[in-house]
Design a protein around this ligand. Structure first.
Ligand code: COI
Length: 349
């Protein structure tokens, strides 16, 4: 891997006490180009603008996708990246569906380790904070014929971040718009899945909600995701989350939480199964909906305090010592290295 270091760090320009998610980027980035049917040598170089023509393929046809993962300061002073191999695999899942070239998983993981090592000083050493890594790939040919791009650019940029949501998350069950459909690209992290969600999310915001709960495209009966996160409910003493399908993103936080819940004694039962809006609403009415929360890399575990359904708001408890917070703590303990990392999720530098 070619390495071109910066001459002077910008780190002193950053106010680490007031980080705004994903707005400030570290000194270096990793870039790799796919040309003539293969990936060229990856390069780590100073973070900065990239130059492309207005005919840049991705701007016209949207062959674009991204990943998200975090690096943490651990209690023993080392820096660890959480499950980067999973992101490498998921990116290649997205690549296959988006008709883009797969990126070598070993270069992905090794490149990330090297990049984080170079910008280690940017990893915030504070509870609830992390270095957010954003790998992404886009079609970088410069033509507007409607056929797949021939060149692709892979890149990783990094941003020091604090907590994603400030305060309660209120969600509205979305019954008009849909995030994904069977046979579509909902299980990928293609850029359009996020761009296509902004309008419905803004409508919900205007009604006083933070996010939407996405329901299935056919009948809007089944719960699928919440905003940009997977979603889970605790009804009585059972944790329920929708099963993976080609409409749902295989969240790495979701997977990690399922493993921890199956290993531990936080909740009595764990179910991955279709869950209907009417089941959640009935449980809320009967006082059996104990907690609800989103699961994602950016927000980690995000407690839902209200579910709005057809004009009625159902309040949900958000206890400091409940299921969501116990799960969040279990994850955080692994990330900080204060409990055993039985599954070897942390990749230290
Ligand atoms: C995540 O939950 O990690 C995401 O995908 C969030 C990202 C869109 C900022």
């Amino acid at each position: 891997m070619k390495v071109t270091p910066i001459s002077e760090s910008r780190i002193n320009e950053i106010d680490f006490e007031n980080l705004v998610f994903g707005t400030q980027f570290t000194d270096h980035m990793m870039v790799c180009t796919y040309r003539n049917g293969s990936w060229e040598e990856a390069e780590i170089k100073p973070y900065g603008p990239m130059s492309f023509s207005p005919a840049l393929h991705t701007l016209h046809y949207g062959q674009a996708m991204f990943e998200g993962l975090k690096a943490y300061y651990m209690s023993n002073g080392s820096v660890g990246v959480f499950r980067p191999d999973m992101n490498a695999k998921r990116m290649n899942h997205s690549a296959r569906r988006m008709y883009m070239p797969e990126f070598p998983e070993d270069v992905f993981v090794e490149g990330i380790k090297k990049l984080v090592e170079m910008d280690k000083a940017w990893v915030p050493n504070k509870e609830g904070h992390a270095l957010y890594l954003r790998p992404f790939m886009f079609g970088s040919s410069e033509f507007v014929a409607a056929r797949p791009s021939e060149e692709y650019t892979f890149c990783v940029i990094m941003s020091p971040v604090g907590p994603y949501y400030a305060g309660d998350v209120k969600v509205k069950v979305e019954e008009t718009y849909t995030r994904s459909a069977s046979g579509g690209v909902g299980s990928t992290k293609c850029a359009g899945n996020y761009g296509g969600a902004f309008f419905a999310t803004d409508q919900a915001r205007k009604e006083g909600y933070t996010q939407v709960i996405w329901t299935d495209h056919k009948n809007h009966e089944l719960i699928e995701e919440s905003g940009t996160m997977n979603v889970g409910f605790v009804i009585d003493d059972t944790f329920i989350t929708p099963p993976l399908s080609d409409r749902i993103l295989a969240g790495i936080t979701r997977d990690s939480i399922l493993s921890l819940l199956r290993e531990g004694n936080i909740v009595a039962n764990v179910e991955e199964r279709p869950i209907k809006v009417e089941e959640v609403v009935a449980a809320a009415k009967e006082g059996r909906l104990k907690e609800a929360f989103g699961m994602g890399t950016a927000a980690v575990v995000s407690q839902i305090s209200t579910i709005g359904f057809r004009g009625t708001d159902f309040s949900i408890d958000t206890p400091d010592d409940g299921y969501a917070m116990k799960i969040k703590k279990a994850l955080s303990d692994i990330r900080m290295g204060t409990i055993a990392d039985k599954n070897n999720w942390m990749v230290t530098l």
